[in-house]
Design a protein around this ligand. Sequence first.
Ligand code: FES
Length: 358
Amino acid sequence: MAGQIWHSRPADLYGRRKHDRLFNALWAAITLFGGAATISRWKPSRIVPVSRTITAVVTKREMLTSDVVALTLADPDGGLLPYWTPGGHIDVQLPSGRRRQYSLCGVPGRRTEYRIAVRRLDDGGGGSVEMHESYAQGDTLLFEGPRNAFYLGTDESDVLFVIGGIGVTPMLPMLREAVARGIQWRAVYAGRSRADMPLLDEVLAVDPDRVTVWADDEHGRFAGTDELLAGAGPRTAVYVCGPSAMLEAVRVTRNQHADAPLHYERFSPPPVIDGVPFELELARSQRVLVIPADRSALDVMLDVDPTAAYSCRQGFCGTCKVKVVAGQVERRGRTAEADDEMLVCVSRASQGRIVIDA
Ligand code: FES
């Protein structure tokens, strides 16, 4: 889970973020005498997610590749945005009501601005297209967070970063953090071609001697696990973010080192493992959906109602949570589900029918 958020200045005694003169003077004094620096270096082990909505302004919009847009965000009043850590993301509330998560890929610790990058998927769920088409410089963007479920562990000493395409977004700040912490690290960055690899120049700028670039068009094939995991010993911590196929290949190959740390972040839903078919009844419409063994309830719901709410599709954000009216739920989420709740992106039934209030 991502983090405890430190704001530019803490809320005042009454929880307000607009401060009176006395509070401002106190905060200035604390900053002057080093208190703020102490606070900003403090790294909580467990970060409480911020659920309030934050308004930002898009200060810059640039195309990183032909299909990846980067948006730079700032506080409309010139204040500082909440504290964040490498690997963290924000939940963007799109004008349509969709919510999507995007990793922060700017300079770690920088709070005067955030940067996110989005690859356009014309055959995706519509969120990336909306991100590309909805925001120009000067527009307002609403988000919640940041949160972080993809930390660079505090006791790492030997790390391999495996990066695939747009998976670079959480990884770039991690590389910079690894340098700052003096960690022994290497990175493999793979993509279709160098022109299709967003932020490649910034990745190489971190330390070109530690980064291996694999462009498929230069080799005539995808990188295999031999190339992706080259040099990773049994104790090397591997961090991977990229397409599902890459992630699964790395995960399966690293299974031979059962004790070695493997950390990954998905940008697409995980495959359904050990699922059985079941029925999902939508109580309000009295519609019954048949959920196959290899699909999630959310996927089938989206077939009949593309506006069904979701964000992470991995069972940790809670956006897809619904009330259960009847039936036995096999809970697979990483966030809490009460007895009468179900995360339809991952949870399912082991048999029979589940009735939900939808
Ligand atoms: S969409 Fe995030 S928990 Fe289901």
